[in-house]
Design a protein around this ligand. Structure first.
Ligand SMILES: NC(=O)c1ccc[n+]([C@@H]2O[C@H](COP(=O)([O-])OP(=O)(O)OC[C@H]3O[C@@H](n4cnc5c(N)ncnc54)[C@H](OP(=O)(O)O)[C@@H]3O)[C@@H](O)[C@H]2O)c1
Length: 274
């Protein structure tokens, strides 16, 4: 099995590190290329056996699986460059949710293509990677890919049409959670003499513990609310305001992000037609 990673940015780096750290793939079977070579040229100091390639065409030669880890509007350039250099049965894996299979197939034809959408939380082995496949990916290819991405955490298989909202709930979610808890810690400062560092420590520990509680005890959000926000108590004052005011904000967030996703897809569609 020869695995190729094109694009050594946030996602390409994470995937490479996970494969090596979890010993999912032997270093010698991993090939990596990046537009700016300087970014990868010293990688052998950390991973002595991985194969660092000076260009994408060399990297994909004989590859069984190619992970395309570049920004959406760069995918077409990369695919056009590599398509004649890859094996017929090579499994192409795009990390982008906005570029549709029908667009990718304009360049790749009837090749095996999957999409995986990881989350940065995979870095700590807790994540739900989204996965979907085009019609040419067979049962064995799906299983091999699932085994590989199992080193990021769990995965959820979705139809292509649901990848947008699925991405908001997984890969975008750490950003949303960060933004929400930044507001919480900033606003808390206005009501207390406790220093910011301690505020942040209290909130992060509680956030981590709440996630563990939900996952490990298998309790629902409603059960959690009921356990803390007892009738007529203090927490209930807060949860009622959240229940009343937050839906409007969250709806606006989803409307905006899904709209942006649509714009990127339309832009890519035009780009792929040129
Ligand atoms: N970040 C996330 O949390 C996340 C989550 C899920 C999915 N994704 C998807 O994953 C993909 C990558 O995102 P990212 O956040 O990792 O982006 P990024 O940090 O900007 O990394 C992109 C990398 O691609 C390289 N690149 C660009 N054009 C190239 C080419 N022609 N050949 C080889 N390498 C090239 C860039 O090289 P340079 O060094 O020259 O810039 C850069 O290192 C995107 O499609 C994104 O939508 C991201």
């Amino acid at each position: 099995m020869k695995i190729d990673i094109i694009g050594y940015g946030s996602m390409g780096k994470m995937i490479l590190e996970k494969f090596i750290e979890t010993k999912t793939i032997e270093q010698g079977k991993l090939f990596v290329s990046n537009r700016t070579y300087d970014k990868i040229m010293n990688l052998n100091k950390i991973y002595p056996q991985i194969n660092i390639c000076g260009n994408n065409i060399d990297a994909v030669k004989d590859a069984d699986i190619v992970f395309i880890c570049v920004k959406p509007l760069e995918i077409k350039t990369v695919l056009s460059e590599i398509i004649n250099g890859i094996k017929d049965n090579c499994h192409i894996v795009s990390l982008n949710g906005s570029i549709l299979f029908k667009q990718l197939e304009q360049i790749c034809g009837n090749r095996k293509i999957s999409k995986i959408i990881p989350s940065v939380t995979a870095e700590v082995n807790k994540s739900a990677t989204l996965i979907c496949h085009n019609d040419y990916v067979n049962y064995d290819d799906k299983n091999i890919l699932k085994e590989l991405i199992g080193c990021f955490g769990s995965f959820v298989e979705l139809p292509e049409t649901e990848i947008g909202i699925g991405s908001e709930l997984t890969s975008c979610m750490p950003g949303f959670i960060g933004a929400i808890f930044k507001v919480i810690t900033d606003e808390a400062e206005k009501h207390t003499a406790i220093n910011k560092e301690q505020i942040i420590q209290m909130v992060i520990e509680t956030l981590y513990g709440t996630g563990k509680l939900l996952l490990e005890k298998r309790i629902t959000f409603e059960e959690l609310i009921n356990r803390v926000a007892t009738k007529g108590g203090i927490t209930e004052e807060g949860t009622e305001i959240i229940g009343k005011k937050l839906p409007e904000i969250i709806n606006e967030v989803f409307e905006k992000t899904l709209e942006k996703r649509k714009i990127i897809t339309e832009k890519a569609q035009k780009d792929f037609m040129i």
